[in-house]
Ligand binder design. Structure first.
Ligand SMILES: N[C@@H](CCC(=O)N[C@@H](CSO)C(=O)NCC(=O)O)C(=O)O
Length: 217
């Protein structure tokens, strides 16, 4: 029995895993979960992820949730196929990958998620965008991107010379940020802009991003 990914093709955290699977050239089945119908908050899905969120990956009798834990599992188990996303052959390089994987989760994600939610999701679920939250998050994301701009003026990718999970984890939310009025946060920083254009042009993400559309309202 092969890999099964439970989620939705436009979901940021599902596409984080989808991109990893495609970078590795792996076969898998995508099992849609009806978020809008609340399927993720009821059994049997809650038995897979007690937090009631997508994605979940099943690999035989192993069930994983949290997208970044899932990509780390895939990148390690299938380390010899496709792109080496964790620099597993060099302890120091691998440690620097983990630093920037954490930076995405702890610094970047908390700043970018509210902008994407308020600008793109809230209007589609009948909520008005909260400009105060947006403004606070834009300021936070600007500070984070200033750090990225300095880093990327020295290295091609966040963890060094190679594309890794650290870069991959940024793709989904940044893709949606570029569809908001705040794309200038990326475009106004030359090294961040060049990095974004490089990583988002990779065939694996181009393929995944084709389905990253909210149905037209
Ligand atoms: N830290 C987790 C977040 C998952 C998540 O927010 N999933 C969303 C859809 S993706 O934006 C989700 O399931 N939302 C429904 C809900 O939270 O009720 C991860 O990285 O997997």
């Amino acid at each position: 029995m092969g890999l099964k990914l439970y989620g939705l093709p436009m979901s940021t955290c599902t596409t984080r895993v989808l991109t990893c699977l495609h970078e590795k050239g792996l076969e898998f089945e995508l099992v849609p979960i009806n978020l809008f119908g609340g399927e993720h908050k009821q059994p049997p899905f809650l038995e897979k992820n007690p937090f009631g969120q997508i994605p979940v990956l099943e690999d035989g009798d192993l069930t994983l949730f949290e997208s970044r834990a899932i990509t780390a599992y895939i990148a390690h188990k299938f380390r010899d196929s496709g792109c080496d996303l964790i620099r597993h052959g060099d302890d120091n390089e691998a440690a620097v990958v983990r630093v920037w994987v954490e930076a995405e989760a702890q610094q970047y994600s908390p700043a970018i998620q509210p902008i994407v939610f308020q600008c793109l999701v809230a209007p589609r679920i009948g909520k008005t965008s909260d400009q105060k939250i947006i403004d606070e998050s834009v300021e936070k994301l600007g500070s984070v991107l200033d750090v990225y701009e300095a880093r990327l003026s020295k290295t091609k990718y966040l963890a060094g010379d190679h594309f890794t999970l650290a870069d991959l984890h940024h793709l989904s939310y940044t893709f949606y940020l570029m569809k908001t009025p705040y794309a200038s946060l990326v475009e106004s920083r030359p090294h961040v802009k060049a990095w974004w254009e490089d990583i988002s042009a990779r065939p694996a993400f181009v393929k995944v991003s084709e389905n990253m559309k909210f149905e037209a309202k």
